[in-house]
Design a protein around this ligand. Structure first.
Ligand code: PRX
Length: 650
């Protein structure tokens, strides 16, 4: 992917300075002026007083009852805005009914076939209220869990907001997940009701969403009702007494509804994410701190103003969409673009046509998508006028400088700064990220934002500069997770046991001499495939659930576009023969167990996989063999000969 001038820029290690105009007009600068803060260093210093800083930010939202204390920190549990009452959906929607924002478009939605729906804040308000009333009529109450299994259609944010408004807890499951993955999540959350749809469009095909939901619900005893959105109009079976059409249940409902005066610390949602075991973790977020944190980080990092058109091209099924397609932009009262389908469908310029058509001003995507577009070629963005863009962003994995430069040149036309935002499902918001005023170094997420404090530790917890170590957060922040659903022990062990009182992110990073952070990737056994977090052991357990598989070891291999690709080493049961058919069958099997995103790119059959004496599969050794790195001492393995097998199979 040679790029003219690129080598020069990279070699020069050029720092990309923001323009004076961007700095002067930025929201962060305005905030500093308002608070009499003379420069960024002073802001960072003052923001170390977390009570003062976050208390000031929180005043920008509407509280049903003011808080008594900004922060109560009893590691590993933080409470923010203690004693306060706030409802995030009220702040996202109802609050705007008192201002001209009520007539503004909240979402410009484009379906994959090209159909368009625009929803103003008032229309959104009415739709949310109708659903609140419908949910109440089914006996859903504050604290009940509601599963949501919907693709990128407007009913997805509506459903989330309706739950939030009434104090019910939503658990959104990415619509690309399999029936089995949905079932596990719905059962763990003990959801009373599921909201889904007949189907949706992806690359011109109909995805059988309802069929998957039905399969999931075959063994989900807590789910008593299913609300089904009509998206494709395909004929789907409706189970008598359980399934109801969204259109029917909402049509005669009143368009007003009271919002529940939820406590700051009441649970807003559960979102499952992959960890190092086969069981996913139910990350918990709450109303108050999450509302404050998402709103403020979006406003500052992406600098959104009243006339901006914001497009976060993620899926709401992941945290990026929860925070920055649903809650933050609505609280900030901006217009967002939402797109249903595949990025390069029907032509590679689909995204760029959307940017041009709706005059998108701030655009946010992932490095993997940028690399995919880079491969398709710059002739596609060049077909469109992208001059409306003024700021760009990325998330999901470290961005390689080549992709950064391509994005900067061909999408931003060398005018737009790129906000490389580092964060996680657990963090709820950006933590390490540039602001529009920050000089950029391609490939670095720059520094912790004001009100955040991060560092890189060696194994003993000593801060490191210039060398790789564990990325930690030193202080609590408002949108941080409040725990793992029904699993306090795992919460404590995963995040707080290695360095007591400091939050372990699970990432490796290096801090340079200017204090810039360079995130290197996961430290634990979690893969990052096309920006999606997938546990090695999740894929392994999916493989061993196949009747012919005895054992499996899964590793990630560097991949040009996806960042990492999945390679599985499979030991077959006695009597089973390796074959091309079986290889394909195993890939499909993983797709069915977890979802298409987790299908291994490579399935290699071996007689054995390297293990420790206690039987733990040595993924690190396997990875070293596969990637041609130094394998190190293998004398402690139970079966060192298995290492050679891996070498032959790769
Ligand atoms: O490894 C880091 C990587 O993505 C992980 C979080 O994944 P998830 O919880 O699925 O959330 C993704 C969207 C927020 C992190 O532990 N990651 C995320 N953003 C970056 C990143 N790695 C490097 N640079 C980033 N900007």
């Amino acid at each position: 992917m040679a790029e003219k001038g690129l080598d020069v820029l990279l070699k020069e290690r050029r720092v990309f300075e923001p323009s004076k105009e961007l700095v002067e007009n930025s929201n962060v600068k305005r905030w500093m002026d308002k608070h009499g803060i003379k420069d960024y260093d002073e802001l960072l210093e003052r923001a170390k007083d977390l009570d003062w800083f976050w208390g000031e930010v929180a005043k920008e939202l509407e509280w049903h009852k003011p808080w008594k204390k900004v922060l109560e920190w009893k590691p590993p549990y933080a409470k923010w805005f203690v004693g306060g009452k706030i409802n995030i959906a009220y702040n996202a929607v109802d609050r705007h009914m008192k201002t001209p924002t009520k007539d503004k478009v909240a979402y410009i939605w484009e379906g994959e076939p090209g159909d368009v729906r625009k929803l103003t804040y008032t229309e959104l308000y009415e739709e949310v209220n109708k659903l609140v009333n419908a949910l109440k009529s089914f006996g859903i109450k504050k604290g009940d869990r509601v599963g949501i299994y919907l693709p990128m259609i407007p009913e997805l944010p509506i459903a989330m907001l309706a739950c939030a408004k009434m104090g019910a807890i939503h658990s959104v499951v990415f619509s690309g997940f399999s029936a089995k993955a949905l079932r596990e999540r719905v059962n763990d959350a003990e959801a009373k009701l599921l909201i889904t749809c007949d189907g949706s469009y992806r690359r011109g095909k109909v995805v059988p969403t309802k069929k998957n939901a039905d399969e999931a619900l075959e063994e989900a005893p807590t789910v008593k009702k299913v609300i089904v959105v009509k998206r494709t109009g395909e004929k789907v079976p409706m189970k008598e007494g359980r399934d109801l059409w969204w259109g029917e249940v909402t049509k005669d409902q009143p368009t007003t509804a009271d919002s529940e005066p939820t406590d700051s610390e009441d649970i807003l949602y559960i979102l499952y994410t992959s960890g190092t075991t086969g069981k996913s973790k139910g990350v918990i977020h709450v109303h108050g701190g999450y509302a404050v944190g998402t709103y403020q980080t979006l406003k500052w990092v992406f600098d959104l103003k009243d006339d901006d058109v914001w497009w976060c091209a993620a899926d709401i099924g992941w945290v990026t969409g929860h925070s920055y397609i649903v809650y933050a932009p609505l609280i900030a009262g901006v217009t967002s673009v939402m797109y249903e389908g595949a990025p390069a469908y029907p032509d590679p310029d689909r995204w760029w046509s959307i940017v041009e058509k709706y005059g998108v001003t701030v655009f946010y995507t992932s490095p993997t998508s940028i690399r995919a577009h880079m491969k398709l070629g710059e002739q596609w963005p060049q077909k469109h006028g992208l001059s409306s863009l003024r700021l760009l962003g990325t998330v999901g994995e470290p961005i390689n400088p080549e992709a950064w430069i391509w994005y900067y040149k061909h999408i931003g036309n060398e005018r737009c700064q790129i906000m490389d935002t580092w964060w996680q499902t657990e963090s709820g918001t950006f933590c390490i990220s540039p602001l529009p005023i920050t000089p950029l170094k391609p490939g670095s997420a720059t520094k912790p934002l004001p009100g955040f404090s991060a560092d890189v530790f060696d194994e003993k917890g000593k801060p490191l500069t210039g060398a790789g170590g564990s990325l930690v957060q030193l202080t609590p922040w408002p949108a941080m997770l409040r725990g793992l659903y029904k699993d306090p022990k795992r919460y404590q062990e995963t995040y707080w046991s290695k360095f007591p009182n400091y939050y372990l992110t699970g990432d490796m990073a290096r801090k340079d001499e200017d204090g810039y952070f360079w995130v290197q990737g996961r430290a634990d056994d979690v893969l990052n495939v096309a920006g999606h977090r997938i546990g090695n052991s999740e894929v392994e357990s999916a493989l061993v659930s196949h009747k012919k598989v005895a054992e499996a070891a899964v590793i990630g291999k560097p991949h040009e576009i996806k960042g990492e690709s999945i390679t599985a080493f499979v030991v077959l049961k006695a009597g089973a023969e390796p074959s091309e058919e079986l290889r394909a069958e195993l890939r499909e099997h993983v797709g069915k167990e977890i979802g298409k995103i987790a299908r291994p790119d490579e399935v290699l059959f071996v007689g054995d996989v390297p293990k420790t004496r206690s039987g733990k599969i040595m993924r690190r050794v396997i990875k070293a063999v596969v990637t041609g790195k130094l394998v190190g001492d293998i004398s402690t393995l139970r079966n060192p000969e298995a290492v050679q097998e891996i070498g032959k199979a790769k």
